[in-house]
Write a new protein. Structure first.
Length: 113
């Protein structure tokens, strides 16, 4: 299995982007991105992974898996969001960010109970 850092580095380089380019496009600091790529940050937030997946044109579920988050392959009976995406139809980046933040909020409330 690939490490998150190697996956991110390879994807960024395939796109011909520098860390500063990625920072400009995502709003994620190049220092933080460098730490991710060098394995110094093991589990970035799903929101960060979502932004990077979009910029790099790679699978969000792959990044989530590489970061150690449970995936549809590791959780029987769970799906990867394809049904939800089909229900929602096309979304813009702002809507996607808002949906991801709201889902994180819902999940954080469940974990407190």
């Amino acid at each position: 299995m690939a490490t998150l850092g190697k996956t991110l580095t390879a994807a960024r380089e395939r796109k011909g982007l520098s860390l500063r380019d990625a920072e400009r496009e995502t709003g994620i600091s190049n220092a933080y991105l460098s730490q991710l790529e060098h394995g110094k940050i093991a589990a970035p937030s799903p929101n960060v992974l979502h932004k990077l997946a979009g910029l790099y044109g790679i699978s969000y579920s792959t990044l989530m898996r590489d970061a150690g988050y449970p995936s549809s392959e590791t959780l029987p009976g769970h799906h990867d969001g394809a049904r939800l995406a089909a229900r929602l139809g096309p979304t813009n980046p702002e809507e996607e960010d808002a949906l991801a933040e709201y889902l994180e909020f819902i999940r954080s409330r469940k974990s407190r109970k």
